[in-house]
Design a protein around this ligand. Structure first.
Ligand code: C58
Length: 503
């Protein structure tokens, strides 16, 4: 066997003293540029309204009718939490009390205890809103041209700077490409999002959240970092540090199941990444085999922050129904308020998949039976079926799986008073040296075979034939896009820039 050694590439020229700490000379305030600008706020009678989607029954405080439909159907005052229809917001007579009043929000199931009111009031105080324009912001100005930049400021990127190499992934909102920055010949992953999709029926906040989570993730060894962001009239582009070893899904498809020692290593590195996000108020919400990437050494990195929820404090909850069906926690399916617990459930599903070589919710022959092959049936299984652990697994492995896959989030491993410490101290993880692990000082159990920077051997074959080009912009689609929603999206990671300049 031929062994090739590759120069170790680092994301930043410096290494932080500890994961999450800034690097020497790193100015975190730079990340914020353009990261929190597009929340449109509307002032009426002292209220400060923001467009919101409601996924539970909500009633308009003005006309008393239900707030309905896809997209941002309603407005919510960020101060007093008053809910109204978009169409009613200008008519609101009641002045803003500037204090929290209980929102007129009704849970679909009457028995669950809702903590939404309290959680929201804490949030608005903890996360002050940006200064308000008196009128809705003006339409986006043309992107700043590089020649116009003041000396010393960051150069912006555009699509012309990149060669599109191939499609490597696709989600409901995004296409992901492998690209090369022409000037340096470095390879990146590029997540492309059509603006029409995010403005049509989604709250724009999530694009902002994704960028903010990238900022949070930047110095953690087990989270992908951001190189730059830019836009065209029709699309948003996130240029992401490229992780070369493929994803865990691809590796599982070749391995069938992993030795316990390997699964333990991946589960422990993922735990550190999740705990890091949780400590910073972020629920990841989309842990699955496809989002766990392996770097050239075999360490993990989580990708795709499009589903993240930020600004969550211990004990806070949220209620958006989201995730990937096989990994959705029972509390989400029950329509309950939930918190960080959903990520530990998903880690349980993923660890089960690594150890057993199949999903805990796979029913034998379900694929042949049309009734059992539906999402609703899967949800029923997640909610009701007792999880069977293969007898071939060790007692400790069975125990950690039962811990994470507890249908009651209060009793779930990682969700108690001691939180993450319960995971660290679990017998299954006894051999893990957590500090060494976080410093990437533990040698991974498996090293992806890479023949070269552009080696495609580890990539899922599904996409290899797909044309890599982006469809030309359609003027009628663009005419419907409110470009002001995306103002300030451009971003360049200053540390990567200086690294590139060294080349
Ligand atoms: C990987 N599952 S964000 C392909 N898909 C993705 N890869 C990366 N990021 C993302 N270095 C995705 C997807 C996202 C949202 C929509 C769904 C797909 C990525 C980031 C950084 C590499 C990939 C499998 C894969 C991994 C590595 C190379 C090729 C393919």
């Amino acid at each position: 066997m031929r062994l090739l050694h590759f120069p170790v590439k680092i994301l930043f020229p410096n290494v932080p003293a500890a994961p999450g700490m800034p690097c020497a000379g790193e100015d975190r305030s730079i990340y914020r540029r353009g990261a929190r600008r597009w929340r449109k706020l509307y002032r009426v009678n002292g209220h400060i309204f923001q467009a919101k989607r409601f996924n539970r029954r909500a009633f308009c405080a003005f006309c008393q009718d239900r707030i309905w439909g896809l997209g941002r159907q309603g407005f919510k005052c960020i101060q007093c939490k008053l809910l109204v229809h978009k169409k009613c917001h200008k008519l609101v007579q009641k002045p803003c009390s500037n204090e929290h009043v209980d929102p007129i929000e009704v849970k679909d199931d009457a028995n669950g205890e809702s903590t939404l009111g309290r959680a929201s009031s804490v949030r608005s105080r903890a996360d002050p809103e940006p200064p308000l324009p008196e009128t809705p912001p003006a339409p986006a100005s043309a992107p700043v041209r590089n020649e116009d930049l003041e000396p010393g400021s960051q150069r912006q990127y555009s699509l012309d700077d990149f060669e599109l190499i191939r499609v490597i992934g696709r989600g409901s909102y995004a296409k992901v490409l492998m690209v090369e920055l022409k000037r340096t010949k470095r390879v990146y992953a590029m997540k492309v999002i059509k603006k029409a999709l995010v403005t049509d029926d989604e709250d724009i906040d999530w694009v902002q959240t994704e960028k903010h989570v990238f900022e949070t993730a930047s110095n953690h060894p087990f989270l992908v970092g951001l190189h730059s962001c830019f836009q065209t009239p029709s699309r948003l582009f996130f240029v992401i540090e490229f992780v070369r070893g493929g994803d865990l899904m691809f590796h599982m498809q070749r391995q069938r199941r992993l030795p316990e020692e390997h699964a333990r290593f991946y589960a422990a590195e993922i735990s550190l990444a999740l705990h890091f996000l949780h400590e910073r108020g972020v629920i990841y919400r989309d842990l699955k085999l496809d989002n766990v990437l392996l770097d050239h050494e075999g360490h993990i990195k989580l990708t795709d922050y499009g589903m993240c929820k930020e600004g969550v404090r211990p004990g806070d909850t949220t209620s958006t129904f989201c995730g990937t069906p096989n990994y959705i926690a029972p509390e989400i399916l029950r329509g309950e308020e939930y918190g960080f617990s959903v990520d530990w459930w998903a880690l349980g599903v993923l660890t089960y998949e690594m150890l057993a070589g199949r999903s805990p919710f796979d029913i034998a022959h379900a694929a042949d039976n049309p009734d059992q092959n539906t999402e609703d049936y899967l949800f029923q299984v997640i909610l009701e079926k007792t999880i069977r652990i293969p007898r071939s697994l060790s007692v400790k492995a069975a125990s950690v799986l039962k811990g994470f896959l507890n249908k009651n989030p209060v009793e779930r491993l990682g969700c108690g008073e001691a939180g993450f410490l319960d995971i660290v101290n679990h017998p299954f993880f006894k051999s893990i040296e957590w500090e060494m692990l976080e410093l990437k000082q533990v040698v991974p159990p498996f090293k992806p075979r890479l023949e070269g920077e552009r080696d495609l051997a580890n990539f899922p074959p599904e996409f290899t034939d797909e044309p890599v080009h982006l469809t030309p912009d359609n003027d009628t689609v663009i005419a419907d896009i409110d470009q002001s929603e995306f103002e300030g999206f451009e971003y360049v990671n200053p540390l990567l820039m200086s690294l590139e300049d060294c080349v």
